[in-house]
Design a protein around this ligand. Structure first.
Ligand code: SAH
Length: 520
């Protein structure tokens, strides 16, 4: 450790860019830091999709503008960074775009230098290049321009701009104005007064790279009028130059199957990524707000003794699973008990495996077990009936599942005369994401979220509980549900329900594309 490290008590600040909004534009380094930081200091430009990547036990400090309030003064932000680092923490200062492009990142570092606190800078993808790219506007093009210039449109206290329009016009390059919505008229007039051809193509690009991105392409002369007509608001950039005309031909982001769509996912974190990934691949923006998480019961004495009986049973036996996470927890427990799978499965009678649906069946395949019974419709009752149909009285069924599992599974088995042992493997706990909750409520209110996905009745109940004091109007929510049981829970709160044709992530994605996909 050098002097600085010692003074900061082992603490350090990473000044990192988070990109312009699309979570996929986060750098690998910034993504790793989000996972590892002790405290994350962020402001209003950080999108909900990005916030949803913050682990739920990481401390966060919001330093952006609250509705109607003033932003936290820069000096105070600088002090917060120094204070947190001095506590010995890994502090991640997350900024929109790149931290040094009109991000006041330099000022924050100066304070750290004064206080002898170590830091690193992680550049980010700046909106000044990425937002045009997502609108199909290359900032340079050999046929049209050989330079691009990034300018702040932020007005001085007296309302004037400190922009040398004559020089800008002479440069003849692409001009990108940040923080420019409120000074748009002055900027465009300034350019024309300095001799720019009023017919020069120009565009204003709002909330670029996010599901809400909008673009208005016009000319320097009429951009203001067109922008007002479209009701363009900040954050947006103005871009001026011949390259803007290419957008008509090169636009692409909104043309992806789910381009312009945004979904809220409520699955537990462990199983979140596959659905999120598939929706993102189709162009959607995805906010992951797990409404539940699972807590394995460990050590699991009941499972241990049930497995003992299972092995000794003289007749045929069933091992029954009702969720992918149940499969994982079961095998984790086997490992913890240092049991060999062969000793569990061998014995006098045959062992057959039951799975509630294709996702659970898939999880079992990952451990080399292909289920014998998977009901056509995903429901505990159907699974029970299917197993009973295939069994004889006297067979043993070990049901390895969540605490308080559905009551429908067991009666068909006991009616058949089977021995049933219902073994809880994990409990389901509700989860609230305090960082995202209010933002999610606002987005639902403003109809920015096209649908919320639910993969179990408990995700519905967890979601409702998480949103408890936000006055969310559930009847306005489109709930895409994995099966009937889940849909019934969503219906109880008055949500508009849609049900996947099968209980699988593929079917969920198919349903979402059917409902929200661009009709080509
Ligand atoms: N450091 C940031 C810029 C901060 S200044 C960067 O490198 O991108 C804030 C301005 O950035 C906003 O007023 C707006 O002009 C622009 N901006 C940031 N994100 C944007 C987005 N997603 N879409 C349009 N403009 C954006």
């Amino acid at each position: 450790m050098n002097d600085r490290d010692l003074k900061a008590n082992g603490g350090k600040v990473w000044l990192a860019g988070a990109g312009p909004g699309d979570a996929g534009l986060l750098t690998v380094k910034a993504a790793e830091l989000i996972e590892q930081a002790d405290v994350i200091v962020y402001d209003a430009l950080i999108s909900a999709e990005l916030l949803s990547r913050i682990p739920h036990d990481t401390e966060t400090i919001y330093v952006g503008k609250h509705a109607g309030n003033h932003p936290v003064p820069q000096e105070e932000i600088n002090q917060i960074l120094a204070r947190e680092a001095k506590k010995g923490k890994k502090v991640l200062r997350l900024k929109g775009g790149d931290p040094f492009v009109f991000g006041r990142g330099g000022e924050e570092l100066e304070t750290l230098v004064e206080e002898d606190i170590p830091f690193e800078v992680v550049p980010g993808i700046t909106s000044s290049v990425a937002v045009p790219a997502y609108a199909g506007i290359p900032v340079t093009h050999r046929d049209y321009t050989s330079s691009f210039h990034v300018i702040t449109g932020h007005a001085r206290k007296d309302g004037t701009l400190s922009i040398d329009f004559d020089s800008l016009v002479r440069l003849n390059g692409t001009l990108v104005f940040l923080m420019s919505v409120s000074s748009m008229e002055m900027i465009l007039k300034g350019l024309m007064d300095a001799g720019m051809d009023p017919d020069t193509p120009a565009a204003v690009l709002e909330r670029g790279t996010t599901a809400g991105q909008r673009r208005v392409v016009a000319t320097v002369e009429n951009l203001k009028e067109e922008s007002d007509r479209a009701g363009i608001r900040t954050p947006a950039i103005i871009i001026v130059g011949k390259v803007c005309a290419l957008s008509d031909e090169l636009h692409w982001a909104e043309d992806r199957p789910l381009g312009g769509r945004q979904f809220l996912l409520t699955r537990p974190r462990q199983s979140m990524s596959s659905l999120a990934k598939r929706l993102r691949n189709a162009g959607a923006q995805v906010i992951e707000m797990p409404a539940i998480h699972t807590e394995p019961i460990s050590p699991n004495e009941q499972l241990k003794s049930a497995l003992g009986l299972f092995r000794q049973h003289e007749d045929d036996r069933w091992l029954v699973f009702t969720s992918p996470i149940g499969v994982k927890v079961f095998f984790d427990a086997i490992k913890e008990m240092k049991l060999d799978l062969r000793s569990v499965l061998c014995g006098k009678g045959n062992v057959r495996i039951g799975a509630i649906g294709s996702a659970t069946a898939d999880a079992l395949c990952g451990y080399g077990l292909i289920p014998d019974a998977v009901p056509e419709t995903y429901s505990a009752g159907e699974l029970g009936k299917e197993i009973a149909k295939m069994s004889e009285p006297g067979e043993y069924a070990l049901i390895a599942r969540a605490e308080k599992g559905s009551e429908d599974l067991i009666p068909p088995l006991t009616e058949k005369g089977m021995f049933v042992e219902d073994v809880p493997l994990y409990s389901t706990e509700y989860e609230v994401n305090p960082v995202l909750k209010d933002e999610a409520a606002r987005m639902l209110r403003d109809r920015e979220i096209d649908a919320v996905t639910f993969t179990s009745a408990s995700t519905v109940r967890g979601f409702v509980r998480a949103m408890e004091d936000t006055e969310t109007d559930y009847s306005s929510i489109c709930a895409v549900c994995i099966g009937e049981q889940t849909a019934r829970a969503a219906e109880e709160y008055g949500m508009q329900i849609e049900i996947a044709d099968q209980a699988s992530m593929d079917a969920m994605v198919r349903k979402i594309i059917e409902l929200f996909g661009a009709k080509s």
